[in-house]
Every structure is written in C-alpha cells, then in structure tokens.
Design a protein around this ligand. Structure first.
Ligand code: PRT
Ligand code: ZN
Length: 283
C-alpha cells in the first residue's frame, strides 16, 4: 500500500484529487476524513495540513506527498522531489510599498521584512549579501507594512492582486513554485513498484494535456513537407482520401508550438484541420 499525503483543504486539494482521478484512482468514501483508500489501486490517501506533509513524508508516515515546493523547501526536509505537477503555481516574492524607491536588491539592506518563509528568505538574502531583519509572522503578511510592522514583505504571489490592494509592489522573486510530488528516500520495493505505476499514469495524463491530436486533409504534392511539420509520436498516419490527389494526415502536436504549426500547415495547403484533446498519452 503506497501512502500518499495530500492537502486536506486549500488551494492544492482540488487539483490533487483531480490528478488522482485522472490517473484512474477511485477513492472510497468522501474526503473529510483523515485517510481513505482506493478500490482499484493499492494506495492510501492521507488528508493533512500542507505544512505537515514534508515531515510526514520524511518520517515515512506517508511514503509520498503532494505539496507546494515552497512549503517543502522552507521546511528543508530531506525527501526526493520526483515530479513537478504543473498546478499550484506561484512565486515567493519580496514586495515593498508602492512609493518606496527600489533599484536593486541592495535596497533591502537594513530593512525589516515580514514573512512566514523565514528560512527561504534568509537563504536568498545570504546569497545576495544583504543584511536585513527578518520578522517572522504566521499570516496576513501583506498588511505588515501598512500597520508599521515591517518595511517590506516576502510572501506568495499568484495574480498579484493581494499586493496591489495592499499598496505593495513586487521587487524580487525568491522562488518560483508549483505543486510537486515528493517521496521518502527509503521506499520498500513494493512501494517503489506502485509509485512507478503511479508515475506512468501521471506522465500519461500530463503529456496528454500538453498535446493535441490533429487531423487534416493535405494535397499529395505537399505531403512530405506537411509530414515533416508533424512528427507525432513516431511519424504521422497518412491515409489516401477518396478524392484523388488528397490524403488525410493524423498526428500529435505539442501545445507550445501548436499555433505556429497550424499557420505553416495552412500555408502548405492543408484543409479541414481538426484538433482534438487527448485524454491519456503513453509514449
Ligand atoms: O490549511 P493548510 O495549512 O493546509 O493550507 P494553507 O492555508 O497553508 O495553504 P493554501 O491552501 O493557501 O496554499 C497551499 C499552496 O498553494 C501554497 O503552499 C502554494 O504552494 C500554493 N499557492 C499557489 C498559493 C498561492 N498560489 C497563493 N496565491 N498559496 C497561497 N497564495 C496566497 C498568498 O499567500 C497571498 O495571500 O494568495 C495570496 C496572493 O494571491 P494573489 O493572486 O492575490 O497574488
Ligand atoms: Zn499551511
């Protein structure tokens, strides 16, 4: 049984559950309990505060965990990061009141910075050779400058609207973060085996999301050029159409180069282009 720790509630909860579901893992009986099992995969899911997940994985109470990289690195627990999951994206940033003149990191010298991430902030300041006073607080960091508690803050930012509404501006990024899957360093062979199966599924889900299935009609004289644009997983499938001189081309195209490829395909005379989402993709 592979024990997986996920956040009990909060920003990572929904995406963690969704990922397990997309991996075909059906959890038993709801979520508001401490733990649950799946009826079709040998895992046990522990629902925990995100701050506790690194410790639990380190201790081996859970074998693996889904947690923000920011939390894991702040706690400094020696566990392996095995997958960047692509959700819960944010950055740990330093922000100062809008009116503060800020040119470079040396402007932080001597300031008082409020944060819940004192360890990551201290590391950043050391790397930059800046001496600043870290004031550790447990929450509502963004109001610290407004109430005279600090000159600057170091907190998580995603859209930036919290900083904006509190009259602050982002001046340094300490860390870019997203949810990660981390693992205890000493997994049993049986658990390694389950983890490998889980990783294969996660990979299939994530790769599918980054790719689209594409079907189009191509004039035969351009088939070579069009096929070169669509290498797909091995090579494109090419089938002759009933109409002489035309073929149907089917392949897979990466999201990152998608529009660029579409423009080129059109320029080469491709017609009737259909783009279809892929549910799972196993390379
Ligand atoms: O109860 P528990 O301890 O488990 O949860 P929590 O309240 O400590 O954490 P939670 O659920 O708020 O966040 C969990 C994880 O989500 C974090 O550790 C990050 O890895 C990730 N994440 C992604 C974020 C954000 N984006 C985020 N924007 N965590 C917090 N925020 C907060 C930020 O602290 C600030 O208050 O949102 C505000 C800023 O958001 P914007 O959009 O206004 O910039
Ligand atoms: Zn927390």
């Amino acid at each position: 049984m592979l024990k997986i720790a996920i956040q009990k509630s909060g920003r990572l909860y929904e995406d963690s559950i969704k990922l397990l579901k997309e991996c075909g893992i059906e959890l038993n009986n709801g979520n508001k309990q401490l733990k649950t099992t799946a009826n079709n995969f040998p895992v046990e899911i522990y629902f925990l505060r995100d701050d506790d997940i690194p410790q639990y994985v380190y201790d081996g109470v859970a074998n693996v965990g889904i947690v923000g990289e920011n939390v894991l690195l702040e706690k400094g627990k020696e566990v392996d990061i095995i997958y960047h999951l692509g959700f819960g994206k944010c950055r740990l940033s330093i922000a100062v009141p809008k009116a503060t003149i800020y040119n470079s990191v040396t402007d932080l010298q001597g300031l008082k910075i409020a944060t819940t991430y004192s360890s990551l902030l201290q590391k950043f300041l050391n790397e930059k050779n800046v001496n600043a006073e870290i004031h550790e607080i447990s929450g509502s960091v963004e109001i610290a400058p407004g109430i005279g508690l600090a000159d600057a803050i170091c907190d998580l930012v995603s859209s930036g609207s919290t900083l904006f509404t509190n009259g602050l501006k982002e001046v340094e990024v300490v860390l870019s973060s997203e949810a990660i899957l981390c693992s205890n360093k000493n997994l049993s062979d049986a658990n390694k085996n389950v983890l490998d199966k889980l990783l294969l599924r996660i990979n299939a889900v994530k790769t599918a999301k980054n790719n689209k299935y594409i079907l189009l009609n191509a004039p035969n004289e351009q088939l070579k050029n069009i096929a070169a644009l669509l290498p797909g997983m091995k090579s494109p499938t090419i089938v002759p159409l009933a109409e002489e001189g035309w073929s149907s081309v089917q392949s897979v195209v990466n999201e990152n180069i998608f529009w660029e490829v579409i423009e080129k395909l059109k320029a080469l005379g491709a017609e009737g282009i259909l783009v279809v989402p892929i549910e799972k993709m196993i390379m």
